[in-house]
Design a protein around this ligand. Structure first.
Ligand code: HPA
Ligand code: ZN
Length: 346
């Protein structure tokens, strides 16, 4: 592939057109203020904001916790299966526009079961949107159930027990919410149980937390991918391991910017990670809150860091390599990626 044949002027169109996966998207984080207000009306939920604009203007975060407080409040409008469907369908339409061919979608059941919304309501609504995304948009997808790490392992175990009846509708478990003070090892037993039942596993680690949390996500939880993982850069031995074992990091630049993990995008370390051989790709995390969907992440990161077509190819290829799908599917996608780059002259 001759990447130097693709000019910097062609890059935005290439980033838009190239097929890619999204592996780090919290579906509750795709809930736009307009839909929050529409669902609040439909379900007669009272909001603490008087307008869409007032809500949006509250999206000025200083760290992860300041975001989570408002994110959990936003999710309170979700009550019926149709609400979960509408939220996910809106995400899939955005994903289609960004040439996302496959998405692995996080959901947080505890945010809903705590409000007496059933596991069945959550999962069946989301699953139906996934079925329709395949049929009507050609996007494949799977669901990953995340445990809220600020709650106890016992609460996670109870949640998992409830979810087992729907085990055929999700492919794995993850770990999200407030990282500091809640190390992965707190959830060792529930992750072991999920793995025994044949589920895949991922965990947020090294977003705000230390490299030690990435080590324990790998060694205690046996996470197959690390969500964020950007703090790994401070630990040379860890970087070596991530690179040697091709352990994917699902990096989310606009999220990191909005939650002040990096002071500006030009200081983001994703290019260093790539150069050191780590399997990184870009993701949107909570696009309704962080100012952009997947292609916004690609476009803004490339502009800020001065990345080129070779970087674009590596990131898109990694997004396929890191997906929880059979190898034959990955090879089909690699071929489609090559064809796209060839059309741009590579
Ligand atoms: N980090 C932790 N928990 C989350 C995030 C995140 O970026 N988004 C939604 N829940
Ligand atoms: Zn996340």
């Amino acid at each position: 592939m001759n990447f130097s044949a693709i000019s910097q002027a062609q890059l935005p169109a290439l980033l838009q057109a190239m097929p890619k996966t999204e592996l780090h998207i919290h579906i509750e984080g795709s809930l736009e203020p307009e839909l929050i207000f529409a669902l609040a009306k439909r379900n007669q939920v009272r909001l603490n904001y008087t307008s869409v604009e007032a809500l949006r203007s509250a999206y000025a975060f200083t760290d992860l916790q300041s975001f989570l407080d408002i994110y959990y409040a936003g999710a309170s409008v979700l009550q019926q299966p149709q609400d979960f469907y509408d939220m996910a369908w809106a995400y899939f339409l955005r994903a289609k526009a960004d040439n996302v061919v496959h998405a692995e979608i996080f959901f947080d059941p505890q945010t809903h079961t705590e409000r007496k919304v059933s596991m069945r309501t959550v999962i069946t609504g989301l699953h139906q949107a996934c079925v329709d995304a395949k049929e009507k948009l050609g996007i494949s997808s799977s669901l990953i159930l995340c445990f809220l790490r600020h709650l106890s392992e016992e609460a996670a175990m109870d949640t998992f027990d409830e979810a087992i009846a729907f085990k055929h509708l999700f492919i794995g478990v993850g770990l999200d919410s407030s990282e500091r003070g809640h190390p992965p090892e707190k959830f060792a037993r529930v992750f072991a149980r999920a793995r025994q039942l044949g589920l895949r596993s991922v965990a947020h680690a090294g977003e705000e937390g230390p490299p030690a949390y990435i080590w324990s996500a790998l060694d205690v939880l046996h996470a197959e991918r690390i969500d964020h993982g950007v703090q790994a850069i401070h630990d040379a031995a860890l970087m070596q391991r991530l690179a040697n074992q091709r352990i994917p990091l699902t990096v989310c630049p606009l999220s990191n910017l909005k939650l002040c993990v990096f002071p500006d995008l030009a200081q983001h370390n994703v290019a260093q990670m790539l150069d050191q051989g780590v399997c990184v790709m870009l993701n949107s995390d909570d696009p309704a809150y962080f100012g952009g969907y997947l292609n916004d992440n690609y476009l803004q990161t490339f502009a800020a860091l001065g990345l080129n077509a070779s970087h674009a190819y590596q990131l898109a290829r990694n997004s396929f390599e890191a997906a929880f799908v059979p190898d034959a599917q990955k090879h089909t996608w690699y071929t489609q990626l090559d064809e796209c780059f060839q059309q741009f002259g590579a």
